[in-house]
Design a protein around this ligand. Structure first.
Ligand code: ASP
Length: 335
């Protein structure tokens, strides 16, 4: 009984506060209308811009066909209520077809768009979306929202996730809720941090996962629920927020070549040797468990280190990104 009385007391206080604030709004000056946020949508292609053979050809379609302006126009007039949206066609192809020089230009396009907009949405294919996201997270200098989205089903099939994903991504960018988060990924109503997200299913709509860290939040129609933030938010507004990778200061020459060698039962030395012989400056090994390599690969790794290749050990077991990254770097000066 006493507990019920206490709860009712809390409720009465809440209702009184709510009524009080309504009363002061009603009695006082009109709230100043917030200007409609400006969002630029930069299209790069992928399934989200895909055209299917028929309305039910879920897997039989061509990615990167529809212009991004068409995708956004299909969302009008509804999208106009949440943002003033402009579009830019950066490219229109499969995500696997982008090169590192194109990534550099994409960073410049995003930073440029953020000078005139409150947020940017980048549409990409989902296959390498985690690479797009992490690259932008490391290189975009603005702390305004950058939201990546794509789709598992093309725009033109029944039950496509594409229009909802694009709408939610624009909504999230316009909300400013991920300011200082760096780049985030928005698909299937879920918001993921670029550093943590990976594509973890080849076909299902819930294709993206942040492992045991879990997503940052979700979007339920009008409600954007952010439950946690990437650690860099703590540096918001401070010089330390920006990563050291300022592309304006990194020489225009091609970035050093880094390859990935996957370990498996009985793996031979060939992959590491071939990468090193082809001029790799660094090789990341995706080892088993805590980073283990087969004896033949271990020997090839030691030889590569002696020849000046930077070797970084990671795990094919994809440890939870929230734990300390399992990286042991070893290197010797290049001969
Ligand atoms: N192959 C497509 C791409 O990555 C797949 C997708 O967008 O889902 O561009």
């Amino acid at each position: 009984m006493a507990q019920l009385a206490r709860r009712s007391g809390v409720l009465i206080t809440l209702v009184a506060l709510a009524l009080g604030s309504t009363a002061s709004l009603a009695g006082g000056a009109e709230p100043i209308p917030r200007p409609t946020p400006k969002v630029a949508v930069i299209g790069t292609g992928g399934t989200i811009a895909g055209v299917s053979r028929t309305k039910v050809s879920f897997d039989d379609y061509q990615a990167g066909k529809l212009p991004v302006s068409r995708l956004v126009n299909d969302l009008r007039p509804e999208v106009n209520r949440i943002a003033g949206v402009t579009t830019q066609q950066f490219g229109n192809k499969d995500s696997n077809n982008y090169t590192i020089p194109e990534y550099r230009r994409l960073t410049a396009a995003v930073d440029h768009a953020l000078k005139f907009n409150d947020g940017v949405v980048v549409t990409t294919g989902t296959d390498t979306m985690e690479e797009f996201a992490y690259w932008l997270d490391l290189t975009v200098r603005s702390d305004k929202p950058v939201v990546l989205t794509g789709a598992m089903r093309p725009w033109t099939v029944v039950g496509s996730d594409a229009p909802a994903n694009l709408y939610n991504a624009i909504h999230l960018a316009a909300s400013g809720r991920t300011t200082c988060f760096g780049t985030v990924v928005m698909l299937n109503d879920q918001i993921h941090a670029a550093r943590e997200v990976r594509k973890s299913d080849t076909l299902r709509l819930n294709a993206f996962s942040s492992g045991s860290s879990g997503e940052l939040g979700v979007i339920d129609q009008n409600h954007i629920r952010v439950n946690r933030a990437p650690a860099r938010v703590e540096q918001c507004g401070k010089p330390g927020w920006k990563t050291p990778f300022d592309l304006d200061r990194i020489a225009r020459r091609p970035l050093p070549k880094v390859d990935i060698a996957y370990s498996y039962q009985g793996a031979g030395p060939q992959a590491i040797k071939a990468f090193a012989d082809a001029g790799a400056a660094g090789i990341v090994t995706a080892g088993s468990g805590a980073g283990g390599l087969s004896p033949a690969m271990t020997e090839a790794r030691d030889d590569a280190v002696k020849n000046g290749v930077v070797m970084v050990s990671a795990s094919r077991a994809a440890p939870a990104p929230s734990t300390t990254p399992m990286c042991a770097a070893s290197s010797a000066p290049r001969a």
